[in-house]
Write a protein that binds this ligand. Structure first.
Ligand code: SF4
Length: 384
């Protein structure tokens, strides 16, 4: 048995997790005892994050759809087909969807490939999470524990449990916790001194009650949000923070949503992802599953390539499916919600023919006689 330090891929908090490896297989997890964010604790999603590695629908071979069904093919055949299709489409008719679930290195590779082809339709889906410009300053996760007043928009206790734990630690030291949400949940109410149910976050933030403004202004305070999804709501939260001299911590969706944005892939909300899909004829998706938002839009794409770890709803609609290595099968980096870069380590080999996302893109580019300027993760990291 061996233990490999990893970063939990299940949300953007970036907790450390130890993978238990037996006979070349990840069989479980331990919390990463000395990791500064989670201090030896993981939530249930973290604890179970290894299960996807051994998922029964893991993709192991490249697949091409023929007569309505998938047929296993060689990497050469799959990449040849994709290369020909890309060559025969105008760059404005091609789109790429990157992913906050893939590493910085994977996202960088896809961005470089899109640039080399002159493709501007590229983005990664932030789903329903805050869209905050990278120019805006943010608090650190450690700031939560030292705050005296904590104003939360959304549910951090269930969605981002280790942020919730920091809030509880601050509360134990005497902090006052005020939660504002559209949904009443027992766990949130139990952990908050005050719970305010609203129908509209923007309405609340446009005219916050005087008592809350006073509390935030008078003490060391922090505003945390994972439920403010519209730019208007995020801007209003920043205005409130400025007015009250509070720190602010937006919580992103996936383990590397922030990183994908930081390497230069535009962050798109759900509507923007659908618009991208509708605007192209040839679409290449890495590690995302937009069929869960709108599978009709995907059905209208003339040529669809999906590169992923399992046969997702989106992969089922694809013309070509490429098997990729999951986070426990490769090196690279994630950037968490407080913009901290953390290294992930390869614990086991990918199944059969599956490859790292960045390597698949490099191989495809080579098929098109395009040199992306890197041969390894280290090469990519020099440019990040
Ligand atoms: S809080 Fe998020 S990063 Fe931490 S263990 Fe839970 S799912 Fe993983």
């Amino acid at each position: 048995m061996k233990i490999v330090h990893a970063i939990c891929p299940s949300c953007s908090v970036g907790c450390g997790i130890d993978l238990i490896v037996e006979n070349g297989k990840v069989v479980g997890t331990y919390p990463y005892k000395r990791h500064p964010i989670n201090e030896g604790k993981n939530c249930l999603d973290g604890k179970n994050c290894y299960k996807i590695i051994n998922h029964e629908e893991r993709l192991k071979k490249p697949l091409i759809k023929k007569n309505g069904g998938f047929v296993e093919v060689s990497w050469n055949e799959a990449l040849e087909l994709i290369a020909n299709k890309l060559k025969n489409h105008d760059s404005k008719d091609i789109g790429f969807i990157a992913s906050g679930k893939c590493t910085n290195e994977d996202n960088y590779a896809l961005k470089k490939f899109a640039e080399a082809l002159g493709v501007e339709n590229i983005g990664h889906c932030i789903c329903n999470s805050p869209k905050v410009s990278l120019d805006k300053e943010i608090a650190s996760i450690d700031d939560i524990e030292n705050a005296e007043v904590i104003l939360i928009f959304g549910d951090v206790f269930e969605w981002n449990a280790l942020i919730g734990r920091k809030v509880i630690k601050a509360k134990d030291k005497g902090a006052e916790v005020i939660t504002v949400d559209r949904v009443e949940k027992e766990i949130t109410k139990l952990n908050s001194d005050e719970f305010i149910k609203v129908n509209d976050f923007a309405e609340f933030l446009s005219n916050p009650n005087d008592e809350i403004v006073k509390k935030l202004s008078e003490k060391n305070s922090i505003i945390i949000f994972n439920a403010l999804t519209k730019e208007e709501e995020c801007d209003l939260a920043y205005k409130l923070a400025e007015k009250t001299n509070s720190r602010i911590l937006p919580i992103a969706k996936h383990c590397n949503t922030v990183g994908a944005t930081m390497v230069g892939v535009p962050a798109l909300n759900k509507d923007e992802v659908i618009n991208l899909i509708k605007s192209v004829k040839c679409l290449y998706i890495m590690g995302e599953n937009p069929a869960l938002i709108d599978n009709e839009a995907l059905k209208n794409v003339e040529f669809l390539v999906v590169q992923d770890i399992i046969m997702s709803e989106t992969a089922k609609l694809a013309d070509v499916v490429l098997p990729s290595a999951c986070w426990a099968e490769k090196g690279g980096t994630f950037i968490n919600t407080e913009r901290k870069t953390q290294k992930i380590n390869k614990a086991v080999n990918p199944p059969e023919d599956a490859l790292e996302d960045w390597r698949i893109i490099k191989n495809l580019a080579e098929k098109m006689e395009i040199n992306l300027g890197f041969n390894s993760i280290e090469d990519i990291q020099k440019n990040l």
